[in-house]
Design a binder for this molecule. Structure first.
Ligand code: AMP
Ligand code: MN
Ligand code: MN
Ligand code: MN
Length: 269
């Protein structure tokens, strides 16, 4: 089964329209797809799903655990049941964007809020939109530079306090009939000890799966994550975290398969 259960479109910070992404996924041989835009289901408005592809309704929710920003993918959620959660996240993103703009203003002398909103278009503002605005304003060479200097982990524009706690976010997903999946565990750059603490908390609040494969990652990382997944009795998910055809993200559906001993998350539906 070629599954890609973590992708982004123009409904959040991806480059492709949802319909374009679906067509591309089919071309890449993906059979099971989820569009998991940040804190929104807008990408699911008026889609036509071609034969040969199964689309699972998903979302990537931003949360906070201790001092870390943690992403949780909700798979197979009922759309209407997410309305309250999405309204909460929308408010959080708007307040956070204003604070990011304040901080960047102090750091660079430039007010970037309007430019970031323009970059976001109809979607909610996120750090990638600030990164693009900073490139356009000539403050940085490229988006990667913007993250390295201003927006990445621990920099002035990395603000997490607006996000709800991990338990609240997992609860929203469960209440909507979905499965909560810990997104890209290796991306948090935690020690194994801290990651195990996170998995303990995640499991305690009702998390049921984790991404064992997130894009092209080191095989040793995949092995370690697969072992943890099994030890914690979680289901295993996989996805590209695709944002655009070029750049640091992997192509749709193009990464190593889940290790054999993993129980795939799609066994749950
Ligand atoms: P936000 O949702 O506002 O917290 O922004 C997080 C998003 O920023 C991620 O989903 C990525 O799309 C993007 N991102 C995070 N780190 C980097 C980086 N170092 N370079 C480019 N994009 C990044
Ligand atoms: Mn993103
Ligand atoms: Mn993420
Ligand atoms: Mn993502």
């Amino acid at each position: 089964m070629r599954a890609d259960l973590h992708t982004h479109t123009t409904a959040s910070d991806g480059a492709l329209q949802p319909q374009t992404l679906i067509d591309r996924a089919l071309e890449q041989g993906v059979e099971l797809l989820s569009i998991t835009d940040h804190d929104t289901l807008d990408g699911y408005r008026s889609l036509s799903v071609p034969e040969g592809l199964t689309l699972i309704r998903g979302i990537e929710l931003s949360s906070r655990w201790q001092k870390s920003g943690i992403h949780v993918v909700g798979l197979n959620v009922r759309g209407e049941a997410m309305d309250g959660a999405i309204a909460n996240q929308k408010r959080a993103r708007a307040d956070r964007a204003a604070q990011i703009a304040d901080r960047l203003h102090r750091a660079t002398g430039v007010d970037l809020l309007e430019a970031a909103r323009t970059e976001a278009g109809h979607s909610q503002v996120g750090r990638p939109h600030f990164a693009r605005a900073m490139v356009a304003a000539g403050l940085v060479g490229d988006a990667a530079d913007a993250f390295r200097r201003y927006l990445g982990r621990g920099k002035v524009g990395d603000i997490r306090q607006h996000w709800p706690g991990l338990g609240r976010v997992v609860g929203w997903i469960r209440d909507a009939g979905g499965i909560a999946v810990l997104a890209h565990p290796a991306r948090y750059r935690m020690t194994a000890t801290r990651l195990k603490k996170l998995l303990t908390s995640f499991k305690a609040v009702g998390g049921e799966a984790m991404e064992v494969v997130s894009g092209t990652q080191n095989p040793q990382v995949t092995q370690n994550l697969a072992d943890m997944c099994e030890a914690f009795g979680l289901l295993a998910s996989c996805g590209s975290d695709f944002h655009q055809p070029a750049g640091p993200w992997s192509e749709l559906g193009r990464y190593a398969p889940l290790p054999d001993h993993c129980r795939p998350v799609w066994d749950a539906w």
